[in-house]
Design a protein around this ligand. Structure first.
Ligand code: PGA
Length: 251
């Protein structure tokens, strides 16, 4: 059966010392109060190896926020999936809307990244979601369907089974505006059906689909109580151990 997951996305926040302090604090809190879900923290690249050492990775999985679309070689400044794996990280966030919007990540580039992540044994947390205009004009279903099919539907059934999806409406990210529980359930059910149409019901039922976008302790329970919402991808509220723990406690 699919897992419930709460994953933090620190984005470009916290220097190394601050990041280590946050990871250590979270590790201390969760070692005395075991979570009822899988917990992942998505740190900047430079934090990965040290954070892996600082936490109990049975309780806290460590994730990168990106990886290169190339295997290795003359790509100055890039970090490969193999390098991410070598830090002890187990997950990688791919296709975040900020990367699509600010760094020109296309469906084709993301397809390469997903394949390299999987080839290196990393679990991709693959983000999809529409912008406000698309939601207001009723195109959100088509948008997320295209994002999934263009980057992921070339995968074998076995490989697709390793993907975690994160639905993040762009209009809800960092805005304080959250999708209503009804909006989240409606589109999560649609996403699951889209997966079922391609890979069958069993694969769809086993796929974890997270919600992201201004998720916080006060709204997490309502969002996660929907049958097709299997947890959250958390930005702002993952930067304070207490808030993040408040969201984990929704399970
Ligand atoms: P937010 O970000 O929780 O700060 O809205 C979510 C995300 O971008 O993953």
């Amino acid at each position: 059966m699919r897992k419930n997951i709460v994953a933090g996305n620190w984005k470009m926040n916290k220097n190394l010392q601050e990041g280590l302090a946050l990871a250590t604090e979270l590790n201390d809190i969760l070692s005395s109060a075991k979570p009822n879900c899988e917990v992942v923290i998505g740190t900047p690249f430079i934090h990965l190896a040290k954070v892996v050492e600082a936490v109990n990775t049975d309780t806290i999985k460590v994730s990168a926020q990106n990886c290169a679309d190339k295997v290795s070689g003359a790509y100055t400044g890039e970090i490969s999936a193999e390098m991410v794996k070598s830090t002890g990280a187990t997950h990688v966030i791919l296709g975040h809307s900020e990367r699509r919007a600010y760094y020109g990540e296309t469906a084709e580039i993301l397809k390469e990244k997903v394949e390299l992540a999987l080839a290196n044994g990393l679990t991709p947390i693959f983000c999809i979601g529409e912008v406000l205009e698309e939601r207001e004009s009723g195109k959100h279903f088509d948008v997320v369907k295209a994002q999934i099919s263009e980057s992921l539907f070339g995968l074998s059934t076995e490989d697709f089974g390793k993907i975690v999806l994160a639905y993040e409406p762009v209009w809800a990210i960092g805005t304080g505006k959250t999708a209503s529980p009804e909006q989240a359930q409606e589109i999560h059910a649609f996403i699951r059906q889209t997966v079922a149409d391609k890979y069958g019901k069993e694969v769809a039922d086993n796929t974890s689909i997270l919600y992201g976008g201004s998720c916080k302790p006060s709204n997490a329970k309502e969002l996660f109580s929907n049958p097709d919402v299997d947890g959250g991808l958390i930005g702002g509220a993952s930067l304070k151990a207490e808030d993040f723990k408040g969201i984990i406690d929704a399970f």
